[in-house]
Ligand binder design. Sequence first.
Ligand code: GDP
Ligand code: IMO
Ligand code: MG
Length: 421
Amino acid sequence: MPVDVLLGLQWGDEGKGKIVDVLAPQYDVVARFQGGPNAGHTLEFNGIKHVLHQIPSGIFREDIVNIIGNGVVLDPVILKREIEDLGQFNIDLKKNLFISKKAQIITPTHRMLDAAYEKSKGDQKIGSTLKGIGPTYQDKIGRLGLRIGDSLLSTFKQKYLKLQQHHKNILEFYRADTNTDSLDNEFFEAIEFLKQFNIVDSEYLINDYLHKGKKVLAEGAQGSLLDVDFGSYPFVTSSSTTCAGACTGLGIAPSQIGEVYGIFKAYCTRVGSGPFPTELHDEAGELMRKEGAEFGATTGRPRRCGWLDLPALKYATMINGVTQLLMMKADVLNIFEELEVCSSYLVDGEKTDHFPFDSANQEIVPQYEKLPGWHQSLQGINKIDSLPPALSKYKRQIEKNTNVPISLVSIGPDRTQTIMD
Ligand code: GDP
Ligand code: IMO
Ligand code: MG
């Protein structure tokens, strides 16, 4: 069986959590392949909203195996809290949750380093979620990191203290606080707590499932424009958020990738700093933020809003080999009589539809096309064929540009507010 991949095509927060939850009943396994607690994936059903950070978004569906893959950086303290918060929902996590031995551990000093590095950048700061993501991936690549499987060894505390001392030396250089007393206790409590769950060689587990004909959905975090290679560098996260990341982050072969679901909002948002060509600083941007409740699920920060950026969407579609596009939050645009869509850029005065190399420093002037708004409620529509003509036209415009069909339109945060082909 192939592995289907669902990933964000913009700067994150496209609605991945909602759609993984919607699609999960078609799968046996849902597996997160990268990122960590910087993610905030929201699901809504039966009038309740849930925000998951590290636990895969298939967790509310019965009998689905949820795997935290080797590509993830895991904060044990945050995971313990997430697991405890799920306590009230009668989910058998000891049966349904599997954690890769090879997932890297975020320690308290990784978080402290994240803050120290950000502070040192002054007005060039990334706007990191301060969850320790960058420093933990740095240690992974630098071959210093601690892995979840290490926590099962008798030498773990020793390894931890060695890495911590290394971090404290760097923190001193940055004149940052180095006191970790209460944080160490909390960390080791969480490490002990996690030992009751399945800590496994997840690459074997996933491949065994595939051999048995089980269906696996790989869940991405963040979005392609935050990818460490292809995003708006250096204003990116520190992992491979694109489709290739699912292979390295889970231990599956590229030849096993099946459908690639690329998920995007009908407009754009970004949280944190960095380039955003179509960002709106006017009333239209305010309206999107208000209608779309655009506030970060992890940090609560207001999200920057702007019109849909087709060159960026085409770029992300190309990098990921997207086979199906899923358009989210169409309902947020109901209020507009007229919509704008960026179809090309003027980069340093030259027209192009390529996402520029140095997007942080080049002058990018989006070139817009105007399209009529649908200007009506979308509730109650349950077939893609029944969309209002203006929304069908908007959809066709995106399909024509990307050459990929849109197979799902989302019209609200709830599971049920989803129109599928
Ligand atoms: P993720 O990180 O990609 O999972 O996305 P987030 O959960 O961070 O942000 C998406 C937000 O939009 C959440 O608050 C969702 O509940 C909400 N949402 C998802 N789909 C829709 C939709 O179609 N319409 C509206 N209005 N809200 C949606
Ligand atoms: P989900 O999975 C939106 C952004 C941060 C910052 C940059 C680097 O919910 O879509 P990091 O903490 O990763 O070092 O921050 O990336 N960022 C996200 N923005 N959604 C996310 O995740 C994000 N995860 C990180 O705001 O600009
Ligand atoms: Mg999010």
